[in-house]
Design a protein around this ligand. Sequence first.
Ligand SMILES: [Zn+2]
Length: 63
Amino acid sequence: MKTFECGSLVPGCEWHTSAEEEAEIVHRAVDHLREVHGERVMRESMVENVKQRIHDDGSDRAA
Ligand SMILES: [Zn+2]
């Protein structure tokens, strides 16, 4: 399972999302950034910024 925490990109935001697919997280994060933050934080580099901050929580690794 992978997780993205918006607070790593937008200090103070507590929104986060988890999914198995990086693409799904990017999709949700982009929607969130547009709706909540008005996309003012970043533009063309938004996807890269999100990807760089996705981390694997390891919950599906040790099984
Ligand atoms: Zn946010």
